[in-house]
Design a protein around this ligand. Structure first.
Ligand SMILES: [Fe+2]
Length: 319
């Protein structure tokens, strides 16, 4: 039997916040309050007037579309490495969010900050690019820089919404480990199992995600009542959602909300998530309490490696 249809939200139920003042350097209190309220109550918010030029996304889509259209044997020459750089093959197997393996009806390509290998930090390393991949490299590197700028504005908003100094998160993200990914989801008619959809139900691992999605649709968010609701594409916006790290740092004040992707819409779906991760030695613990005993606290690097080993077995990440 096919999975039941999900409820289609009126988009105002996930607020759309105009962040033009924030982008201009004005930490406008109404903007901060709107973002803070969404972070506490939903964990998702749309932002518009975000300052990222649309042609930067167009360039990423054009270059990644060319790459995704190549033969699988070519794409697999740059298969995902142990620092999550490279090609994630269509219908990869994952243990994300559950004990049983699931199949993701998705392919993707990842990059991060270009750094030399670093024995102290398993996440540092060079990006990998396909042969004749200059267009992809240029488009993704340019977009990565722009998304990092938007991430900085959002970090200020999150800091102030939590009653901290405006640069609280900026100092944590000063040597970011953020990752940029391009996703391609083929259409899927009448999926019958939640273990075989675009992306199985999960919550993101990092600090927060800046998601561009095309007009096809497919993102669904789990409401507090357990009902799956559609987060429709809204041209000119980004979907911002918080990750598990942010939920841990804020001791649950900000919500990392489960979501999934089912492309039921008869056309290919493309999306471009920028996963904002802080410096690798950030402690994974509530940050605003007065006890600063870091005794056995896991750092972000160890946390990410532990999670990625389950989510991306194909990357063969050593323990
Ligand atoms: Fe996600």
């Amino acid at each position: 039997m096919a999975l039941p249809k999900s409820r289609r939200l009126d988009f105002t139920e996930i607020p759309v916040v105009d962040i033009s003042k924030l982008v201009a350097g004005d930490d406008d209190s109404a903007t901060i309050d709107a973002i803070g309220t969404a972070c506490r109550n939903i964990g998702f918010v749309y932002v518009k007037n975000h300052g990222v030029a649309p042609e930067l996304i167009d360039n990423v889509l054009a270059a990644s579309g060319e790459f995704f259209s190549r033969p699988m044997e070519d794409k697999n020459k740059v298969v995902l490495d142990e620092r999550l750089r490279g090609y994630l093959p269509l219908r990869y197997r994952s243990y994300e969010g559950e004990d049983n393996a699931a199949t993701s009806n998705q392919e993707g390509f990842w990059m991060g900050t270009q750094r030399p290998l670093n024995p102290a930090n398993r996440l540092d390393g060079p990006n990998v690019w396909p042969e004749n991949g200059d267009a992809l490299r240029n488009a993704m590197e340019t977009y990565y820089t722009a998304a990092s700028g938007l991430a900085g504005h959002l970090q200020r908003a999150f800091s102030l919404a939590l009653g901290q100094e405006s640069d609280f998160f900026a100092r944590m993200f000063d040597r970011q480990q953020s990752l940029l990914k391009v996703n391609h989801y083929p259409p899927q008619d009448n999926p019958t199992s939640v273990s075989d959809i675009g992306v199985v139900p999960h919550s993101d691992e990092g600090g927060f995600t800046i998601l561009w999605q095309d007009e096809t649709g497919g993102l669904e968010i789990e409401s507090k009542s357990g009902e799956w609701v559609v987060a429709p594409p809204l041209p000119g916006t980004y979907v911002i959602n918080l990750g598990n790290a942010m939920q841990i740092w804020t001791n649950g004040e900000f919500s990392s909300t489960p979501h999934r992707v089912i492309n039921r819409y008869g056309a290919d779906r493309y999306s471009v998530p920028f996963f904002a991760y802080p410096r690798w030695d950030t402690p994974m613990k509530p940050l605003f309490d007065d006890t600063d005993d870091d005794g056995d606290v896991e750092i972000c690097e160890a946390y990410q490696v532990r999670k990625w080993r389950r989510i991306f077995p194909i990357a063969n990440i050593p323990a």
